[in-house]
Design a protein around this ligand. Structure first.
Ligand SMILES: Cc1ncc(COP(=O)(O)O)c(C=O)c1O
Length: 417
């Protein structure tokens, strides 16, 4: 398996795992989470299982995070401080991408590359029909029209076989999404893009840390954006994101755009935004990145454990499936997502057993009211994506989850199918 910095991961592996604690924040951050009824502040052997547990993560990293924050408070460079450059260097290292730019959110991390690439009204960008709305939103904000392609039933990622027929003379780029932490077939996508002279922008908001054939998410295309929203695999303590590229000219353009399009102080050569990431958030990311390789391993271990427990149930339950990871891929398990026949009933029963679940996402992007009303692109066949929107359901997963807690989730799933 593609491990990050094996030594560091092993160091963290040997640390005592911190018991899980119920996380109200986690619930809030997953709008579609169905909160379980009872709560328990000392762990999940009884009471409510957290959907994600950021408090446990904070307890494990407290001294590092606190000292990093303290140091920013003392030097006082809250915008463009030294931690920003340090975090960018570390982020680039972790992905292998030559250039990284920290920015204010995952949404900015997708919008700014398209601004730099010069997207114009009428230009089309091919993307998946099934993602968080920011994917389509950023294409429109940057002036383009999203063209939604249906998904593969196994991975829920864009169906690469259907991309070519969606290309028109107006197509300028492809924005694949690495949904739930798994990267789509980037070799095939890049080959199509090269053939038709298109750019590729990976929406890696959910996949920072994932890999494909030993290469990491955010370093598999011309440019990529990720999100550090707190619930993401690598999250900061507020909104945040980063852009990655291998193209120096594009890097320089995006850096200017991040800072009001300024080439130098008070000299604005292009239209920009305020897309900077605060120094404090970069300091928090730096503290969290030290343990991140270990966290990825824990996510993968927990996902394997879930799949081993659920696989035997697949043949006996209609529409029940466990996540499928394609050969050569390592997911970062932003979500562990099943499909079930009757989702409402399943979520209700899970809830009664103290296990929250979440739906990512209940409606495909072209079926969202504003997008339906204002859509200027072609209407295509989104049958698989619509099916997924009705059947997917995600389970709690976070690096500090202990096996007793996970066993409760497994038992609840068995009783709720
Ligand atoms: C696939 C995808 N793209 C883009 C974003 C936007 O990221 P942010 O919330 O940091 O703006 C998200 C966030 O959930 C996402 O899941």
């Amino acid at each position: 398996m593609a491990r990050w910095q094996d030594g560091k991961a092993a160091k963290w592996q040997s640390r005592k795992m911190v018991k899980s604690q119920n996380s109200e924040m986690g619930k809030r951050m997953n709008a579609k989470t169905s909160p379980a009824t009872k709560s328990n502040s000392v762990g999940a052997a009884t009471g409510t299982v957290p959907f994600i547990d950021l408090k446990a993560q904070y307890r494990a990293l407290k001294s590092r995070i606190d000292s990093r924050i303290q140091s920013v408070l003392e030097h006082g460079a809250f915008v463009n401080g030294p931690e920003v450059v340090e975090a960018e260097k570390k982020l680039a290292e972790l992905t292998g991408a030559p250039f990284a730019i920290a920015c204010a959110s995952g949404t900015d991390a997708l919008t700014m590359p398209m601004m730099a690439l010069g997207l114009k009204t009428g230009d089309e960008v091919i993307t998946t029909a099934f993602s968080f709305i920011a994917t389509a939103e950023t294409i429109i904000l940057a002036g383009g029209t999203p063209v939604y392609v249906d998904i593969e039933s196994e991975t829920f990622n864009i169906d690469v076989k259907k991309i070519e027929s969606a290309i028109t003379p107006k197509t300028k780029g492809i924005m694949p999404v690495s949904l739930y932490g798994q990267i789509p077939d980037m070799e095939a996508i890049n080959a199509l893009a090269a053939k038709h002279k298109l750019w590729v922008l990976e929406d890696g908001a959910q996949s920072f840390g994932a890999s494909q054939k030993q290469k990491r998410s955010c370093n598999l295309s011309l440019v990529a954006g990720t999100s550090f929203f707190p619930a993401k695999p690598l999250g900061c303590y507020g909104d945040g994101g980063a852009i990655f590229t291998r193209d120096e000219a594009l890097y320089r353009a995006m850096k200017e755009i991040r800072d009001h399009g300024s080439e130098s102080r008070y000299y604005h050569t292009r239209l920009g935004v305020n897309g900077r990431l605060d120094t404090l958030q970069c300091a928090i990311l730096l503290a969290k990145m030290e343990r991140y390789p270990w966290e990825i391993e824990q996510r993968e271990r927990l996902a394997r454990r879930y799949s081993a427990a659920f696989q035997p149930l697949v043949s006996s339950h209609k529409h029940f499936s466990v996540p499928k990871i394609q050969p050569g891929n390592h997911s970062v398990w932003a979500q562990y997502t099943l499909t079930v026949a009757n989702r409402d009933d399943f979520q209700k029963k899970m809830n009664e057993r103290g296990v929250p679940t979440a739906v990512h996402y209940p409606r495909i992007m072209p079926d969202q009211p504003w997008y339906q009303k204002n859509y200027r692109g072609p209407t295509m066949d989104w049958t698989v994506a619509r099916w997924a929107a009705q059947h997917v359901v995600s389970l709690p997963i976070y690096p500090d989850m202990d096996e007793a807690t996970q066993d409760r989730v497994i038992q609840a799933v068995k009783e709720s199918l």
